[in-house]
Ligand binder design. Structure first.
Ligand code: ADP
Ligand code: MG
Length: 386
């Protein structure tokens, strides 16, 4: 059963559509990330769930109860919703001690002091701050303050925890450590978590599912694998770091195999991630730079072997990035240091090959419909392949 159910959620600020018909069901105990670039509507979506923002359209259910139903002009006030929230800024009371901060939500609910303190201690133990109860929060490091904020959100044992970029004020090492901690707390408490981030690694490493957001819309929802391996739109592929995106035409498709000819090429590529494409469909071929591999073998029967010219090689420390020309298209091939023999030198001819299941086909008909946008994207693609 879903614990959070968002249906047709829309929120406008003047002329800006911050959230555009978002629908999302989140199951009990699930960890779901809202992932997208700055300004795509992640925070606004979360604030609508929390009741800090009043949506223009849609319904939101938490557990069995409806908390927002715009068609009936119904909204449950935030303090009556069974949620906890953690913000990027910790929003702690600087003049209070750690335990006073954490027990505050319970005191607000008129719990007796001793009971509230006992609960707060439990929450502090959970986040690893059992020994810091009597400290002043202003004497704590950023990472510790974030844990206090987390403990304060957990203390009421909310059925849903909403987290808005909670780690972005921490330095890189601490962020990685806190990811592990959050995952542990998620497993230990079994609580449902909705986690807003623009950081792909964060989303992938912690989430059961990811909702990718773009321009206020949830453009793709799936497991990290589904989303990363099979982006459903060109924008998503670009956002998720596919360096090579070529326009092409499906020549034949059957039994989970497709032959697809990138525009301007003399040859077709074999693809096994066909995304339901049929012969005659216009598609984008999305290929990660690491999937274009230099082939020093004589295995002529290997699929997707291409004669290329190495245009430029750049050493990046842990990898070398090669720009190669294939049938007039400029491709980026990245070779991890230690990942096989070096490529041919700059200016030389070489052979690369692409594993058929490393090419994600994206139906081009699903692209944003406006003519200008389509033209701009095509121009961008041409720039890349010329
Ligand atoms: N209170 C507000 N008033 C006006 N515009 C807002 C307000 N809050 C958010 N927006 C706009 O709504 C869009 C989505 O913002 P937000 O949800 O904060 O994005 P994200 O969290 O993904 O960075 C942005 O264009 C932002 O400028
Ligand atoms: Mg935000």
């Amino acid at each position: 059963m879903s614990i959070v159910s968002i249906d047709g959620l829309t929120k406008r600020f003047g002329g800006v559509i911050a959230v555009d018909r978002v629908s999302l069901d989140i199951g009990g105990g699930e960890f779901v990330a809202l992932l997208g670039p700055s300004g795509c509507g992640k925070t606004t979506t979360l604030r609508c769930v929390a009741g800090l923002e009043s949506p223009d359209e849609g319904t939101i259910r938490l557990g069995a109860g409806t908390v927002v139903d715009r068609s009936r002009r119904y909204e449950l006030p935030p303090h009556k919703r069974d949620i906890g929230m953690v913000f990027q800024s910790y929003a702690l009371w600087p003049h209070m001690s750690v335990i006073q901060n954490v027990s505050y939500p319970l005191r607000l609910k008129r719990q007796r002091k001793q009971a509230a303190r006992a609960k707060a201690m439990e929450a502090l133990e959970l986040v690893g701050l059992g020994n810091y109860a009597s400290r002043s929060v202003s004497a704590l490091s950023g990472g510790q303050q974030q844990r206090v904020a987390l403990a304060r959100a957990l203390v009421r044992e909310p059925s849903v925890l909403l987290l808005d970029e909670p780690l972005s004020n921490l330095d890189a090492a601490l962020r990685t450590q806190m990811r592990g901690e959050l995952k542990r707390i998620h497993e230990q408490t079994g609580s449902t978590m909705v986690y807003v981030t623009h950081d792909q690694e964060e989303a992938v490493s912690m989430s059961d599912r990811i909702a990718v957001m773009h321009d206020g819309r949830a453009v793709q929802i799936g497991t990290p694998r589904e989303v990363f391996d099979s982006p459903s739109a060109r924008w998503t592929a670009e956002f998720l770091g596919y360096e090579n995106i070529l326009p092409g035409l499906v020549g034949a498709a059957a039994d989970g195999h497709a032959r697809v000819r990138p525009d301007g090429w003399d040859t077709s590529l074999t693809c096994t991630r066909t995304a339901g494409c049929a012969a005659g469909d216009r598609v984008w071929l999305a290929i990660r730079s690491t999937a274009i591999v230099f082939d020093h073998s004589d295995s002529v029967d290997r699929p997707n072997r291409l004669d290329v010219k190495v245009l430029r090689s750049t050493f990046l420390g842990t990898a070398t990035e090669h720009e190669v020309d294939a049938f007039g298209s400029r491709l980026v091939a990245k070779q991890i240091v230690g990942g096989g023999r070096p490529a041919a030198p700059q200016g030389a001819d070489a052979v690369v090959w692409i594993e058929p299941d490393q090419i994600a086909l994206i139906p081009a008909k699903d692209e944003p419909a406006t003519a200008e946008r389509a033209a701009a994207e095509l121009a961008a693609a041409k720039g890349r392949v010329s």
